[in-house]
Design a protein around this ligand. Structure first.
Ligand code: SAM
Length: 245
């Protein structure tokens, strides 16, 4: 069978394209992309002739099995996302799963990723973190998800659009209190910017500088003190259970 390459592409700055990504895209029989028009621009920039086919949220049900069939017949396919790593907050994951089930070799070609680029420069803990991606849009669903995340330790990583970032921060303030955050905007691009502080400071800042561009939102997880308290309570409960037996 063929091979499925998952090719990382830039998240804004074209210089982040790797040599290996260019070669893999040149050599692949087919390039599956979320937005073929957008991807054609990238390919043209790097002189990659490539045959493009579309694979996105709305056609993945039909397109996925078709791509698997082609790979089973020996074709190599390179999957790219609109930006960054395929399968991170995009439908790529479904294709990876189908490929594994079909016995097709899956090869990652590493490249830029918005969440991890934001994390390493945020100053928030990097030893433990949870990637959440996009939160549900509905207020009730978002609140439920934020509530579920109350005990999560380590830094929490979110993707957010400029239209919703303030509303999301307001919900976080309500559910979690005034935690430390970092807003990472327009990474690798001309107007790259990091705003660090508490949630309420971030809201104040956005009140003065209306949100624009793409955002990664990073929030500190449950504090060490809170975690220690929860752990102590857990041990306490355990010993009570032991006594009860
Ligand atoms: N696959 C991508 C990756 O590996 O980072 C993420 C795709 S997701 C559909 C798009 C979201 O990623 C945007 O809404 C934004 O939150 C974030 N993002 C992408 N590029 C970014 C950038 N240059 N700066 C900040 N955030 C970015």
């Amino acid at each position: 069978p063929g091979i499925l390459y998952l090719v990382g592409t830039p998240i804004g700055n074209l210089e982040d394209m790797t040599y290996r990504a260019v070669r893999t895209l040149k050599e692949a029989d087919l390039i599956a992309a979320e937005d073929t028009r957008q991807s054609r621009k990238l390919l043209t920039h790097f002189d990659i002739p490539g045959r493009l086919v579309s694979y996105h949220e709305h056609n993945k049900q039909a397109s996925g099995p078709e791509l698997i069939r082609l790979m089973s017949e020996g074709q190599t396919i390179a999957l790219i996302s609109d930006a960054g790593l395929p399968a991170i907050s995009d439908p790529g994951h479904d294709l990876v799963r189908l490929a594994i089930e079909a016995g097709i070799t899956v090869v990652p070609i590493p490249g830029a990723n918005a969440a991890l680029s934001a994390l390493i420069a945020s100053g928030l803990p990097t030893d433990e973190f949870t990637f959440i991606g996009f939160l549900p849009r509905e207020k009730k669903d978002m609140q439920r998800e934020l509530t579920r995340l109350i005990p999560a330790p380590g830094t929490l990583l979110f993707y957010e659009s400029p239209h919703r970032v303030m509303r999301t921060l307001e919900q976080m303030l309500e559910v979690w209190g005034d935690r430390q955050v970092c807003l990472a905007r327009e990474l690798t691009k001309r107007f790259e910017e990091f705003a660090r502080g508490t949630v309420s400071q971030a809201l104040e800042y956005l009140g003065e500088h209306p949100p624009q561009g793409e955002y990664v939102l990073l929030v500190e997880g449950r504090s060490k003190a809170e975690a220690d308290e929860a752990e102590a309570a857990w041990w306490q409960e355990l010993s009570l259970e032991d006594h009860a037996e």
